[in-house]
Design a protein around this ligand. Structure first.
Ligand SMILES: Cc1ncc(COP(=O)(O)O)c(C=O)c1O
Length: 410
């Protein structure tokens, strides 16, 4: 365990590359499986690859070879990567109901009256901090169905409005994320609604796996873009986790893509919602939750209970687990909003910018030298980061970027 004076930042490093060779690669995240996902996404009317931004000047400033940032604020007009998962899962669900193979149909067909007549009316229900709910609401609207989204207490107004604008019902509860999931499931069961949740539990596994496959498409796009840019394979990857579906999907796909020689991978969580970190610390192989209010500005990462499939991948294939206080992501938001020299600007929200903030502090602050050395970060390193959302809470975004809220401790 590395501790330091920048209060709250912690990392558990446990290089397991020898064990990786013995672990079973995740079979639901192979290149073949992702080809099907990719073909489906391409049929969506709002589909376009999001940019992979090469921040040359920032890399030089921090003493790295390259920093590549996948900018998910540009994802289909929805401001986060999440629709990749919800659209694919809902499409698979409808195909299952109608006994169709997804590769034989496209999104336009799923939007047709013919399909709606066959399925009848469906209400999709989910719990979300905002982003996943927006993806579910968008997909439901596109295919002429209904969506109901439950959000945890304190959800920012704009995140709620964005869901309502898509024609869905949005209900803010008085509960934290994990309890809101349980509440949404109860209501769904009472009403015979279809649950589209991005986390799994006993007896509910098929949809979360489809969602993870959908998320992995973000990593597939990025790896293709890296090849097109003629850049060498990334040496390092930082991925933020809430329940860990996205991080597990990205890492699981990279394990298959690089045949076990994937980048050195650090998982990042907010201090008050660090369930992967806690599970790694307990180190009995099982996922462990954290309880409490899960307070953090990183709303998308404010989840206390890991998804089993994500945890298993992170446990077997990641190199480090870390926890970061809010000032880390706030620094990342400001860095990405204020590019150096010819670097492009990236609008990155609270749950998107933590990797950038973390890498900047690791490279610049003496207190984090141990982490830098453990991760072998230096001028030969090519780092990939996933800015998974834009300014989904514009009020807080401006407080951070304009007013310097959540400054780092000096
Ligand atoms: C912007 C953003 N980034 C990352 C995540 C984390 O995804 P997961 O909960 O699968 O770990 C979320 C989840 O809502 C999110 O909204």
């Amino acid at each position: 365990m590395c501790k330091n004076k920048l209060s709250g930042i912690k990392m558990i490093y446990r290089s397991n590359r020898e064990e990786v060779k013995r672990s079973k690669f995740p079979s639901f995240l192979t290149i073949d499986k992702l080809e099907e996902v990719k073909s489906f996404h391409k049929t969506m009317n709002n589909y376009k690859k999001t940019p992979l931004v090469n921040l040359n000047s920032l890399a030089k400033e921090l003493g790295l070879r390259s920093i590549l940032v996948k900018d998910e604020s540009k994802r289909g007009g929805l401001n986060s990567f999440k629709v990749l998962g919800s659209s694919y899962a809902i499409a698979k669900l409808i195909c299952k109901r109608l006994n169709l193979r997804l590769k034989d149909v496209n999104f336009n067909y799923l939007k047709s009256e013919e399909v709606k007549n066959k399925t009848g009316e469906i209400t999709f229900v989910t719990c979300s901090d905002g982003n996943h709910g927006r993806g579910v609401a968008w997909t439901a609207r596109e295919i002429g169905q209904k969506a109901v989204v439950y959000l945890p207490k304190g959800t920012a107004r704009r995140r709620v409005e964005a869901i309502i604008e898509l024609g869905a019902k949005a209900i803010v509860t008085d509960l934290n994320y994990d309890d809101t999931v349980r509440y949404a499931v109860k209501i769904a069961q009472e009403n015979n609604w279809e649950i589209v949740q991005d986390t799994a539990w006993e007896g509910y596994t098929e949809i979360p796996i489809w969602i993870m496959q959908g998320y992995a498409a973000m990593a597939y796009e990025a790896l293709e873009q890296i090849e097109e840019m003629g850049i060498k394979k990334p040496t390092h990857m930082f991925i933020q986790a809430g329940v860990g579906a996205m991080a597990g999907a990205v890492l699981g796909f990279c394990v298959n893509y690089f045949n076990g020689k994937h980048p050195i991978t650090t998982v990042i969580e907010p201090v008050n919602a660090a369930c992967m970190f806690r599970s790694a610390e307990i180190n009995d192989g099982k996922p462990h939750g954290v309880i409490g209010g899960l307070e953090t500005i990183m709303a998308g990462l404010a989840c206390g209970e890991p998804i089993l499939y994500g945890w298993e991948i992170l446990r077997d294939f990641s190199d480090a687990f870390s926890m970061c206080p809010d000032y880390v992501t706030a620094r990342g938001m400001r860095i990405l909003a204020n590019p150096l020299e010819n670097d492009e600007k990236v609008i990155s929200g609270e749950s998107g910018a933590v990797g950038t903030g973390f890498i900047s502090l690791i490279m610049q602050r003496k207190e984090l030298t141990e982490i830098k050395e453990k991760l072998a970060l230096n001028q030969n390193s090519t780092v990939i980061l996933f800015s998974t959302e834009g300014a989904t809470d514009p009020v807080n975004y401006r407080s951070v970027v304009w007013d310097g809220k959540y400054n780092i401790p000096y």
